[in-house]
Design a protein around this ligand. Structure first.
Ligand code: GCO
Length: 449
């Protein structure tokens, strides 16, 4: 049976991770430009200053996307490139860049999937409190309007935000991502509430301002749990674990997904966070709960659980010497079965895997090629599991490999290579890896691998 005929195959990137030109053509600073200047924040002192230099290589990169046979390309807009101060004055050269990119994609019959926010928050707004400022949802709405008014005559697929668990949780509580804050839970929940309100307002703006009917989604992390066996108790344990909040942090699924897809915060989170909750206005959940068209989610790895004797999920220790990627993430293909299955059961929205892939120790071989059989094997296993979910009734809408090309992996710098295309970060030369050639066949066969 396989994937349905209109299933969409793509690859994904993000602005700060590939564009470079961090100080060019009127772009304002982002919080990632800020933290890259902090000694020790990013490995090897790497920065996104030039990165893959995609800003100057749009036609070259789109030509490679065409060669890979991509049907769609997921990229993000750099907020301060378009609005250097985050709100107010628009930078025409910033908008011109995205105009060029969209036109080049369409010229090559590649559908643009635009992520409005993928972590490069304007430094000027950060100085005004960032996501902690009660005006931040409005700021995000204003930014959305500028982008939608310029691009929506050609762009019809939008995602408001990428992985709020990361830019709020890791960026504001753990301090391991920009802006590198270690705030108390009260502030973190305030920022998370503003981020959710911003999502809702952004959807309202797209619905009102888009120049043609649009498909709108959201791309949170999909934190996945795999049952140790196919027994009912173990499956129930994995489903419970997927939607439980048991720790005083925002690294969860339901805290971010329930308000957006069900119109309410999860009860266990409200109870656990009772002392730290922000004020939730009478219409806030109505604002957040805007009808959207697909459930985008980024899934890489998952934990195995079973039903414990106490009737609660318990994590199963990974087997000794378990398979892992260069990033030390466990290879767990069944994440792409159980994750989509549980998310679809709960939210009943078509599912797009907006990111899936692995970091691998890729290098250029003596023959000048980049042979990456482990990426081919990894992607084969995961795609087959997503196909199994589709055959079991999940409305599978699409799959975007992370990533189109090697890029700046946040605090790890350029140390983790996720691309289907190899990038020499000195010469900026691109080399299509074996997996990129293989992915073309995956697309041509609609995933029959
Ligand atoms: C994320 C981000 C990407 C990462 C990728 C590998 O999911 O963390 O969306 O920007 O680069 O996932 O970590």
């Amino acid at each position: 049976m396989g994937f349905k005929n209109d299933f969409v195959w793509g690859a994904a990137t993000a602005s700060y991770q590939i564009e470079g030109a961090a100080y060019e053509d009127g772009k304002g600073l982002s919080v990632w430009d800020m933290v890259c200047q902090k000694p020790g924040f990013v490995k090897f002192g790497d920065t996104g200053d030039s990165s893959c230099d995609h800003y100057h290589r749009v036609s070259e990169d789109v030509a490679i996307m065409k060669e890979l046979g991509l049907q769609a390309y997921r990229f993000s807009i750099c907020w301060p490139r378009v609005l250097p101060e985050g709100i107010g004055k628009v930078n025409p050269q910033g908008l011109d860049f995205y105009d060029r990119l969209v036109d080049e994609l369409l010229k090559n019959n590649i559908i643009p999937y635009v992520t409005i926010f993928h972590w490069d928050y304007p430094y000027e707004l950060y100085k005004r409190g960032g996501w902690l400022n009660p005006e931040s949802p409005e700021w995000f709405a204003e930014y959305t309007k500028v982008v939608v008014e310029r691009l929506s005559d050609r762009v019809t697929h939008w995602m408001t935000q990428n992985e709020p668990q990361c830019y709020i949780g890791r960026g504001h509580q753990e301090g391991t991502l920009a802006p590198g804050l270690k705030l108390g839970l009260k502030d973190v929940l305030l920022a998370s509430h503003h981020s959710l309100l911003a999502h809702g307002k952004s959807v309202q703006v797209i619905r009102a301002a888009a120049k043609q009917p649009s498909m709108i989604g959201y791309a949170p992390v999909g934190i996945t749990y795999i049952p140790q066996s196919n027994s009912k108790p173990d499956i129930e344990a994995a489903r419970t674990a997927a939607f439980s909040i048991t720790e005083k942090n925002v690294w969860s699924n339901s805290w971010w997904m329930d308000p957006v897809f069900l119109g309410k915060y999860p009860e266990d989170g409200l109870n656990l966070f009772e002392q730290e909750l922000p004020e939730i206005g009478p219409d806030d959940l109505k604002t957040i709960f805007q009808p959207i068209d697909f459930f985008g989610t980024n899934i890489y790895s998952g934990k195995t659980v079973r039903m414990g004797k106490d009737g609660r999920p318990e994590e199963v220790k990974r087997e000794t010497g378990f398979a892992r990627t260069a990033f030390n993430w466990a290879v767990t293909p069944q994440s792409l079965y159980w994750g989509p299955k549980f998310f679809y059961e709960r939210y009943r929205k078509p599912i797009i895997i907006t990111e899936n892939g692995l970091s691998n120790t890729d290098w250029v071989y003596l023959d000048g090629k980049v042979h990456d059989p482990q990426r081919v094997d990894f992607l084969t296993r995961y795609i087959r599991q997503f196909q199994r979910a589709a055959e079991d009734g999940v409305d599978a809408m699409g799959y975007f490999c992370w990533s189109f090309m090697d890029n700046f992996e946040w605090a790890e710098g350029y140390n983790e290579r996720f691309g289907l295309v190899y990038v020499d970060f000195t010469s900026k030369n691109r080399i299509i890896k074996d997996s990129g050639i293989w992915y073309r066949k995956v697309i041509e066969s609609n995933g029959n691998i």
